[in-house]
Design a protein around this ligand. Structure first.
Ligand code: NAD
Length: 330
């Protein structure tokens, strides 16, 4: 059985990927500081180590003890607004810490890594859908901190033969089929959980930031990707790295976008609850439309989104929120 070290495996996307890895016959091993993650999100039968990715002693001990063959690296800070306030924190927590983590992996003989990158690496898109070759000009430190990691992985490949893939996720959403795992971020900044929390009356209204964008209904359009599809993309990425296929960055999205109003309308349909809406001014730095071009990942990784239609995304997320109205262990 191939053992995979999953940093950030107790987080939202990490926990779903850990479960998918175990179901696919891999042996996931989780390393998580629990700074934003939840111990309850990782099954009791999965080896779990609480610690920071920069704890070289711990990371090398895990690699040796668990005979790790590859890494999937989710651990990061990912609040865009916070990154603008504290860019130093993001370059330290994301860029510098990843550099040390990957260095430890390499020192211990682990030379394959799948890394969580982001559509934020592109900044304002020059063309939509956005192809991977598009210019990367992040407009916030979060996106910049992730892009710098991609660049460092490229140079580590040239110097030491690191095999890497950076998956540039668009908007992760949805939850496990049975509602046992789902999104529990504090603060929550993502649209779908915020809409569903409004349906549960944990929030007074759902805000729409900007109704005058250059889109059919005036609200921003985003590409939502089901967390289970994302999890599968990581497994395909590992398999493809094993086969020695080219390293690099891959978009993970559907190629289809939904507007904020469409998301709210679908959430009303799924929940049967008519939540109050608050129309607010635009937020700085929100592009009109962010939609992935997905031809590369479909072709090279033979991966295709299967669960990412908006109804399935919201139905699964709603099941999670109904079962866990206050998140994990609360
Ligand atoms: N959620 C999205 O829509 C989205 C979109 C694009 C990219 N991403 C990226 O995907 C990854 C996972 O996102 P998520 O939404 O699951 O976030 P999350 O906050 O739920 O998960 C991150 C996990 O990493 C852990 N962690 C953070 N720093 C650590 C450190 N130094 N050492 C050990 N563990 C640490 C946290 O405790 C948490 O469990 C992140 O890298 C994020 O930037 C997420």
């Amino acid at each position: 059985m191939k053992k995979i070290l999953v940093s950030g495996g107790a987080g939202y996307i990490g926990s779903h990927t850990v479960q998918a890895l175990a179901e696919a016959g891999y042996g996931p091993v989780v390393l998580d500081s629990l700074i934003t993650g939840h111990r309850e999100a990782v099954g009791k039968d999965i080896p779990f180590y609480q610690g920071d990715i920069t704890d070289e002693g711990l990371v090398s001990e895990i690699i040796k003890k668990e005979s790790i063959s590859a890494g999937i690296h989710f651990a990061a800070r990912s609040l865009v607004g916070e990154s603008v306030q504290k860019p130093d924190l993001y370059f330290e927590e994301n860029t510098a810490k990843t550099n040390r983590f990957v260095n430890t992996l390499l020192q211990c003989g682990v030379n394959k890594i799948v890394f969580s990158s982001t559509a934020a690496a592109y900044g304002n898109p020059k063309e939509v859908p956005i192809p991977e070759e598009s210019k990367t000009e992040p407009i916030n430190p979060y996106g910049a901190s992730k892009l710098m990691i991609e660049q460092s992985l490229y140079w580590l490949e040239q110097a030491y033969g690191l095999k890497w893939m950076a998956l540039r996720y668009f908007n992760a959403a949805g939850a496990a089929w049975d509602g046992s795992l789902g999104e529990d971020h504090t603060p929550e900044t993502h649209l779908i959980p915020l809409v569903l929390k409004t349906a549960l009356e944990q929030r007074e209204a759902i805000s729409i930031f900007g109704t005058d964008y250059d889109t059919p209904d005036g609200t921003c359009i985003r590409d939502y990707i089901h967390v289970l599809d994302l999890a599968e993309a990581h497994i395909r990425a590992l398999e493809t790295l094993e086969q020695g296929v080219a390293c690099g960055a891959y978009n993970v999205g559907t190629g289809t976008g939904y507007s904020v109003r469409e998301v709210i309308a679908m959430a009303k349909g799924v929940t049967g609850i008519d939540m109050p809406i608050l129309e607010a001014p635009r937020r700085e730095g929100d592009p009109d439309i962010l939609v992935a071009k997905v031809e590369k990942i479909q072709r090279v990784l033979s991966w295709q989104a299967r669960y990412s239609d908006l109804e399935t995304i919201i139905k699964t997320a709603w099941r999670w929120h109904q079962k866990h109205p206050h998140g994990y262990g609360k």
